[in-house]
Every structure is written in C-alpha cells, then in structure tokens.
Design a protein around this ligand. Structure first.
Ligand code: ARG
Length: 402
C-alpha cells in the first residue's frame, strides 16, 4: 500500500484531501501539522486529522528553526519582495517542505502532498523545494488535480462525513506565520476597492491608534536583533512582542499589486508589524556602519535574495552564497535604532553604533569642522573633467558646422 505524508492545516481543503488521497491513491495518509507561529491553537488538530481518516498525525513546533534559519537571514539580507512584501509565506514554504520530506523518509512514504492550488506561488515553492531535497520523492497536490470548486468540496465533505470547519464561511483566504499574515480573495480582488477593516487581525486602524506615539529602541548584535527597549529577548519572543507594539500603532499594513511567479498580477494585503519595524531598524543601522560602495552591492543583493525566496529557490547554491556574503557584512552591524510609531507610521528618529562610520568632525557645519574644504576644489576639477571635455567637443563640432 502507498503511504502519503500530507501537510495538514485542519481547514476544509486539507481535510477533504486526507480522504481524497486515500481513495485516489489507495494510500495511507499521514498528516503533518507545523507550528510556524501562525497563532492558531493546534491542541485538537491531531484528533481532527485522525477523525477525517489520517492513519497518524504529527504535530511539530518549528517556530525556533523558522526564526533562526529562515526569517533572520532574510531580515539581514534586506529581502523585501518588490519593495513591499517581507515574504512571510514564501519563507515558510521551504521549511514546511523540508519537514515533510524528513517525515516521509522516516515514515517510508514515497509521496508528499500539500493543499496548494494550481495558480499560486506556494505550489511552485513546495514542489521545487521537495525536488531539491530528495529528487526521488513524488509530490502530489490534490487541490490542483481534483478540479472541485468550493461548493463541490463542501458537498464532498458532507457526503463523506468530514466535519466542515467554521472558517468555511470566511470569504477571504489567509495564511499566517511568525513573520506576517496575508489576506486574499473576496472584495480584495478588485484592486480599486479599499480593504474592509474586518480583514485585519494584527494591526489597528490609524483612527483607532493611541493618541500618543510610542518609541521603540531595537538593539542589534552582529545583525541579530537582541533587545527591545533594553530588554534582551530570544528572537521568536522579540518578534512577537514587536508585533504587539507595532500592531497596536497600526504599523505593518501593506496593500500591494504583486507579480506572481506564475505570471499573474494579483492584489495582496499583508499584515507584518514586526517585519516592517525590524527591516526599517536594520536597514537604518546598516546605513551608519556600511561604506557607500558596499551599501549599493548589498542593496542589489537584497533584491536578488527576495526574488530567490519568492520564486521558490531557497535550496540553491545562489541563496547560500548570498547568505555567506550577508553574514560577512553583519559583523559590523552592531548598535541601536530608535523608532517612533504613530498611527500606522514607523519612522526612524535615531541610530547609534560603536562601528559608526559617521564622524561629526567631517559632517559638522559648526565649529570643530575637520573637513579639508580646499581639497574639494581639486577633487571637483577632476570629477568634472569628462563633462567639460564633452562640452568642449560639442562646441567644436557646432562651430565647424556653422
Ligand atoms: N502572495 C503571497 C506569496 O506568494 C501570499 C501567498 C499566500 N498563500 C496562501 N496559501 N494563502 O507569498
């Protein structure tokens, strides 16, 4: 008998998938549910999985691994897709796939399965990651194969005695983990329609935010955020507490028109309070410790890294090589960024570092100026030389033609 390891969320799609896979492939289905910090109680997930026909259910807490090995490198790389999306879902997929493959190997299963549809990025990320980790494993995506609509699925569930989760009435499709939350479908599919307030769970509307701003100081040690307002915290806890503070001040709402890997433009809403705040804080600290030429190289790498992550290429030598580059840069990234949170705005108001390349003696317009003003003259003469040469040449031609 075939054995299939299925990524099981407890929602309608994957609940129907347990039964559908068992029948279609004449297989035993092993359900795997992971905690990536999505904030959903997973207490009864095991009973649910077994209740819909799984032969076994594994529940794995991968929050720490997710934060250390996926979120942190992406933060340090400055990986923000198309300048807006901090990549929560995209970073989670390779880890989920890695766990599925590990459990499949240990369960002696030849197939892994997931609930992704046939028009999103997630199917690509998971299928491609699985092949990178174990080319012999087969990946099956029931929702891509079965051709059922939502009502068909509900009908299927009824006919097979599969309990229908309460979330089935929700017109939105959401995904969440430690690094953020995404909301799609329903009225959001009209890119002109303002998102209704009801879709947000992590962030307050600007109108509802406190009247007084909050100040947050984030300390980094070698590029790792270690303290908030002077209090040391492990990474997952630090992210959770920043989600709370930033979310309460309405920070981290993202409304974006995004280019999917599968060629579709889609309207996406994200909530990523901690990710927004941490990217802002980290980037600003880099600005004070990193030389100009390196800043430009690193900025371009960040965009490349974001594209790699988005496009499902986590398990590649390219990603590893950029990680090594970024890690080298992070050696310098020590210090504190001070941010002011106010009604959806997250603004840098201060930065300091023992490695600062900022020198008051060079920057000041006041007394104590150490910059050699006379040296500027010779520098500018040479800097402008090509411009002057070009101008002289076009004048000569103009004169010859008249
Ligand atoms: N567009 C985002 C991405 O590709 C969000 C995907 C959300 N996934 C989901 N299964 N709801 O990363």
């Amino acid at each position: 008998m075939e054995r299939i390891v299925l990524a099981y969320s407890g929602g309608l799609d994957t609940s129907v998938a347990v039964r559908w896979l068992a029948e279609r492939y004449d297989a035993e289905v092993v359900a795997v549910t992971m905690d990536l910090g999505q904030g959903k109680e997973l207490d009864d997930i095991r009973e649910r999985a077994l209740g819909v026909g799984a032969v076994r259910s594994h529940v794995v807490d991968v929050r720490e691994e997710f934060a250390q090995d996926y979120v942190l490198p992406a933060l340090q790389a400055g990986a923000v897709y198309e300048g807006k999306y901090p990549l929560a879902t995209a970073l989670g997929r390779p880890l989920i796939t890695q766990k599925l493959v590990e459990i499949a190997e240990f369960e002696n299963a030849g197939i892994i399965a997931h609930g992704c549809t046939g028009k999103g990025n997630d199917q690509v990320r998971m299928d491609v990651s699985a092949r990178a980790l174990n080319p012999d494993i087969r990946v099956v995506a029931p929702a891509r194969e079965w051709g059922m609509t939502r009502p068909d699925e509900i009908e299927y569930a009824r006919a097979h005695g599969i309990p229908i989760p309460a979330s089935v009435d929700n017109p939105y499709s959401t995904d969440a983990n430690l690094w953020g939350r995404s909301i799609e479908c329903g009225v959001l599919e009209d890119p002109w329609t303002e998102p209704p307030e009801e879709i947000y769970m992590l962030t307050k509307a600007p109108e509802e935010c406190p009247d007084a701003p909050a100040y947050v100081e984030v300390e980094f040690e070698a590029g790792v955020p270690t303290k908030v307002n002077g209090v040391a915290m492990p990474l997952t806890e630090l992210i959770n507490s920043l989600d709370t503070i930033a979310g309460a001040h309405g920070v981290g709402r993202i409304d974006m028109l995004e280019n999917r890997l599968v060629g579709i433009k889609s309207r996406e809403i994200y909530e990523a309070p901690a990710a927004t705040l941490l990217h802002t804080a980290h980037r600003e600290l880099e600005a004070i410790v990193i030389p100009k030429d390196l800043e430009r190289i690193k900025h371009d790498m960040g965009r490349t890294y974001a594209d790699l992550v988005y496009n499902g290429l986590w398990f590649t030598p390219a990603r590893e090589a950029i990680d090594a580059f970024v890690a080298k840069v992070q050696e310098r990234v020590n210090g504190v960024t001070r941010l002011k949170l106010y009604r959806g705005d997250c603004r840098v108001v201060g930065r300091k570092s023992p490695n600062a390349l900022y020198e008051t003696g060079l920057a000041t317009y006041d007394e104590g100026d150490q910059f050699d003003h006379t040296a500027a003259e010779g520098f500018i003469r040479i800097w402008g030389l090509p411009l002057e040469t070009t101008a002289r040449q076009s004048r000569r031609r103009a004169a010859a033609n008249s």
